[in-house]
Design a protein around this ligand. Structure first.
Ligand code: SAM
Length: 275
């Protein structure tokens, strides 16, 4: 494995403030977090007692999406932005379980992800970790390590999973993703999960927890989330709540929306294909 990044590869972490990656790790039951992050996670649990289950279900959706992309869609290159701290099953493990030759480039702006990725990937030559920022898509595209690792003349799955909620619409996150998608070959895919707003109090609770703990974590209507896909057609079953979303088996017997627990109506997933 190789690693790179603009910040010092051995950064001094500020542990006094919660970070998105470490709060999420705490919600997933991980150990790579500090007191401030656990306090942030506690706020989530205060407003959404099942926030940990939401995080776990998001990881399960990540695996479902990656395995659909590797198996059914035949994708063997993944650019995973906002990849998060390593946890139980990561993108490279999910993809390489289907195709051992699949290549993965992880990008996260929190340098702790690089530090932990280095240890996890010490023996994996098909996977790299880079510190960079979705807000600077051109920097990601020009990153030498990413360009040496992924072949941009062939389809790539761009993963922006569990990260849109951390940007306000005023920042125009869709434009960053558009810059990235424009650089990808026809036949590439875009995989997104995001917090949804269908008017339920628990969804609003998730937003409140994010704003109080991290200063971000907005919810969006399904119509607004659809716009993240930049007009590209979604593969079946389209955009749906995670517990109803099975891209590998879109005809699966799934519970009705009303049958889901309220905490299961907080996140939606979708995958679109670039023509
Ligand atoms: N994608 C993983 C998943 O769905 O399980 C992790 C999601 S976690 C909630 C969001 C991740 O996005 C964190 O690791 C955080 O550090 C990262 N992140 C936040 N803002 C970012 C940015 N501007 N550029 C790159 N990564 C960012």
């Amino acid at each position: 494995m190789a690693t790179s990044g603009t910040p010092d590869p051995r950064p001094e972490f500020d542990t006094s403030q919660p970070t998105i990656a470490r709060v999420y790790d705490a919600l997933l039951g991980g150990k790579d977090n500090f007191a401030a992050d656990r306090e942030g996670a506690a706020l989530y649990l205060k407003y959404v007692p099942d926030a940990g289950r939401c995080a776990i279900e998001n990881r399960q959706a990540l695996v479902k999406g990656v395995q659909y992309l590797a198996r059914q869609a035949g994708i063997d290159q993944f650019l995973d932005i906002g990849s998060g701290l390593p946890t139980q099953k990561n993108t490279h493990e999910a993809a390489q379980e289907v195709n051992p030759d699949a290549k993965v480039a992880y990008v996260d702006n929190d340098p702790i992800v690089l530090a932990h990725g280095r240890a996890l990937l010490a023996t994996n030559n098909s996977t790299i970790v880079v510190t960079s920022d979705l807000r600077r898509p051109q920097e990601i595209l020009e990153n030498e390590e990413i360009r040496n690792h992924l072949d941009f003349s062939r389809p790539i799955a761009l993963m922006v999973v569990g990260i849109h909620m951390h940007f306000h619409d005023d920042e125009k996150p869709d434009e960053w993703v558009r810059t990235l998608m424009n650089a990808l070959a026809p036949g590439s895919y875009l995989f997104i999960t995001d917090f949804v707003d269908t008017g339920e109090p628990l969804q609003k609770g998730m937003e409140r927890a994010g704003l109080e703990s991290l200063g971000n974590g907005w919810i969006r209507t399904p119509e607004r989330i659809e716009q993240h896909f930049l007009g590209m057609p979604l593969v079946p079953p389209g955009l749906d709540f995670l517990a109803r979303w099975f891209p590998e088996d879109p005809d699966a017997d799934v519970p009705a929306v009303e049958e889901l627990q309220p905490w299961q109506r907080i996140l939606m997933a979708g995958i679109a294909k670039k023509a």
